[in-house]
Design a protein around this ligand. Sequence first.
Ligand code: GDP
Ligand code: MG
Length: 165
Amino acid sequence: MKPLVAIVGRPNVGKSTLFNRLAGRRLALVEDEPGVTRDRHYADAQWGDRAFTLIDTGGFVPGEKDSLLKQVREQAQLAVEECDVILFVTDGRAGLTSADEAVAGLLRKSGKPVVVAANKLDNASDSMQALSGEFFRMGLGEVMPLSAEHALGVPQLVEAVLDRL
Ligand code: GDP
Ligand code: MG
């Protein structure tokens, strides 16, 4: 079985954009038990001679009784249980939010290897700002600048993930 890498983070940070960029052959859309877990997309990914399976932890379901925070935490918890490495995506433009901090707390406790990406850093000056502190203070190590949309920082990010497998 290939190593499992889960992409986690609050809604709208760019998880699916990153997933689509890294995914080769799409495996399946897995619909889990309603109310317990939510849709997860699995894909094969290949990087040089390294293969892994990528999971896009989707979602927030608007209008459900569970709060956004609870849903995001639940997704992160499932990822922790299931995966070998967590790829934690944040929005480098929006900055740190309480949902990010909730996920970070859970990931710190898990002891699982985590790679943190600050996404939406579409140019170099954006990067400087985001990396100068607040995400680093989550205590999950280095924060890697990323623009999933423009494919910036992707090789560095994947190398960091593979280093932790
Ligand atoms: P998810 O909810 O975390 O899966 O986020 P999505 O991948 O659906 O992306 C949410 C929004 O952010 C979409 O409008 C994307 O086009 C946008 N987005 C994703 N990555 C980037 C990026 O690197 N730069 C910018 N500027 N926007 C991005
Ligand atoms: Mg998504």
